[in-house]
Design a protein around this ligand. Sequence first.
Ligand code: COA
Length: 366
Amino acid sequence: MANGLDDVVAADTVLSDVDGVGGHLTIRGHSLKELAGHWRYGQVVRLLFDGFFDALPGDSELEKAIGRARVEVFERLQPTLGQLAPLDIYSAMRAGISLLPDGDELADALRLVAAPAVLTPALLRLGRGEAPLAPDSRAGHAADMLRMLGGTASPALAKALDTYLVTVCDHGLNASTFATRVVASTQAGLTSAVLAGLGALKGPLHGGAPGPVIEMLDAIETSGDAAAWLRGEIARGERIMGFGHRIYRVRDPRADVLKAVVRQLGSGKETSSRKMGDRLAFAETVEQAALEVLRVAKPQRSIQTNVEFYTALLLEAAGFPKEAFSNVFAAGRVAGWIAHAREQQATGRLIRPQSRYVGPVPELVA
Ligand code: COA
């Protein structure tokens, strides 16, 4: 067994498939390219939940129910927001979610879908001394998230964020999804399972990479020499954030989807679009330099651009500070976690692997 379990198949799933050699992501029979930019996040939530909850309503009814869940979460958690706000934004969101009921019904699931999208803008506003804005149950999920953050949401940014949420909604048995399934296998409730996923997503080797991508871009801009800066990082044994993947040996297909979204945002004539276009052009230069430096430094391994590189640019353009990028990732991935938890509860047994003891043995007493 490989250290890191990459040679172990630990679950059968109908939810998603990651083809790391061909560079394809399939979500319940649909390719990522079919979904991203074409399906709304609420529709993809329905796609993932289908068969795992009784009496699941149709797309538009489910989207309305997610809207009502946003309002309910806001009303339930508003009294505690002041206590949560001093924590770092990810821990504050996780603490808020831990206060939700731990059931297995659709209402529990929808509150969990709503929670990161509601808590993140509310906590960000409190952090900058502004009052949180209540959700609008009739708005689209991504549009409402942006409105709760900044007071308005341009249709272009709302569409970009919606595409992002769809793009990251599920991705095979990644670390956070596995953690979610382990907890769900004990028949604990959905909130407990989602909290396990949230814990795993926090680390920089998984969902915590896009914030450091922005720090890297800023440091390279200051240094003025991308290749030299990147070589210096490798020489110090550091990893280049936004590159490499356990499964993909080719370019992560989500990187291209998100890059196209950022390009679209940067193609307008207004100053903000031009700035975004310049930022994208700079990021593309850094990407090429990083791929070349990694090719030379790690010739034995194909290290390609992963989802986090263009996630960083997209979420920056949408107005989220880098500290909150993992929160937004969680706002998309939470639907996948819930579907996996339900699938595990329905089809799996308690996950309880064995370890091999390599410590000292007690002396035999005659
Ligand atoms: N920068 C530099 N070296 C990297 C690298 C990166 N981004 N990704 C992998 N490597 C190197 C490792 O240093 C190691 O080299 P070595 O054999 O000389 O020690 C080799 O590739 C294998 O690394 P390993 O950690 O076993 O591969 P993995 O399959 O577990 O890596 C990640 C997957 C995601 C953990 C890894 O690519 C990484 O740390 N990337 C940066 C963080 C990131 O972008 N995370 C988001 C993932 S979506």
